[in-house]
Design a binder for this molecule. Structure first.
Ligand code: X2X
Length: 333
């Protein structure tokens, strides 16, 4: 019996330490993002994973899944899945979250921003906090904001210099607000998953699309499928790194601090590489044979005027108070 007791104690001890080891080593979190594996979204997500692995001594790992794979390819579904804890982490952009949180469209209202300083005053200021608060009600903790960027239009039919040039173009868009903006411009918009868009462009199912130069157009080689690009800066799209509330609540304070620091650093890096790739992007695209048109201030004003009905409709949807909060932050920049 003495041997039996020792045996039991030893066994219990072994089991306990095995459980501790597995608790400490088995944690691999899944991060979903909805662009391809060459984009700055992916690079920002991978950087976050490296920083987390370092900060936790390898106890927590992050595995990044591109093309919204974890949501069956449905880019708009990721946020809802994170909200209910089916996915741990997400890197996604404002427009993708609008089915769950319509207020996210505030960032992307047509011609809201004129420059990066104004953007940073909102994502890193009060509006970013307000939106993070609304996402929290849906079970998503926003750890940090990154950048998709100013969305520029590309197509295969003609150079876009004025709203009239958009007439009748079959445009792929990501979400509901852009349907209204494209309709205001007289185009023929169609909502489509990003992961299906390159094939659709190649096969001529649509004539064009709109996306940021540095974060998406260049890394995903959209220039291989399109002839014309206009830097009309019609809408800005932020991204964010978020974690499910359920996962967040399971962390102790020290782990939360590590996640916050890693997210801040990873999204700062992601913004930087997106802006760098955008700054050198027009020259790069011209080398690749794209016909790039850079509208004058007057021409931009004409696009802005034409998209005003969509601005007004969505300003109403997101709420005039929220729009005022954005405008107040922008005025400080
Ligand atoms: O689908 C798009 O166009 C993309 C990749 O920019 C977004 O996720 C909004």
């Amino acid at each position: 019996t003495f041997g039996g007791i020792v045996g039991k104690t030893a066994l219990a001890g072994l089991l306990a330490s095995a459980m501790m080891v597995s608790a400490a080593t088995a944690e691999t979190l899944r991060l979903s993002q909805n662009t391809g594996d060459t984009t700055t979204w992916q690079k920002g997500a991978e950087k976050f994973g490296e920083l987390i692995a370092d900060a936790t001594g390898g106890d927590i790992k992050v595995r990044v899944f591109p093309n919204a794979q974890l949501a069956g390819g449905d880019q708009m579904k990721q946020a809802e899945m994170v909200g209910r804890g089916a996915i741990d982490l997400v890197v996604s952009s404002a427009i993708n979250v609008t089915p769950l949180v319509p207020e996210m469209a505030a960032f992307s209202l047509p011609y809201l921003y004129a420059n990066y300083a104004q953007i940073d005053a909102t994502t890193q200021g009060e509006p970013g906090k307000i939106l993070a608060g609304i996402l929290k009600e849906k079970g998503i903790i926003v750890l940090a904001w990154g950048e998709n960027g100013f969305r520029e239009v590309t197509n295969n039919v003609r150079p876009i210099k004025s709203p009239a040039d958009m007439k009748g173009l079959r445009m792929r868009v990501a979400g509901p607000m852009y349907i209204d903006v494209m309709n205001a411009l007289g185009a023929n918009p169609q909502q489509m998953q990003w992961s299906e868009t390159l094939t659709a462009l190649q096969q001529g199912v649509v004539d064009g699309q709109e996306n940021p130069i540095g974060a998406v157009i260049i890394p995903q080689q959209v220039y291989e499928m399109q002839k014309y690009l206009t830097t009309w800066h019609y809408s800005y799209d932020p991204i964010f790194l978020g974690i499910s509330q359920a996962k967040w609540d399971s962390f102790d304070e020290a782990t939360k601090a590590k996640f916050q620091a890693a997210a801040d650093q990873a999204m700062a890096y992601q913004r930087e590489i997106s802006r760098e790739a955008t700054a050198s992007g027009v020259a790069f695209l011209r080398e690749k044979g794209i016909d790039v048109y850079e509208p004058s201030a007057e021409e931009l004003a004409a696009f802005k005027a034409a998209t005003q009905p969509a601005f007004d409709k969505w300003a109403q949807k997101v709420g005039p108070d929220l729009v005022s909060a954005f405008e107040a932050a922008i005025a400080t920049a």
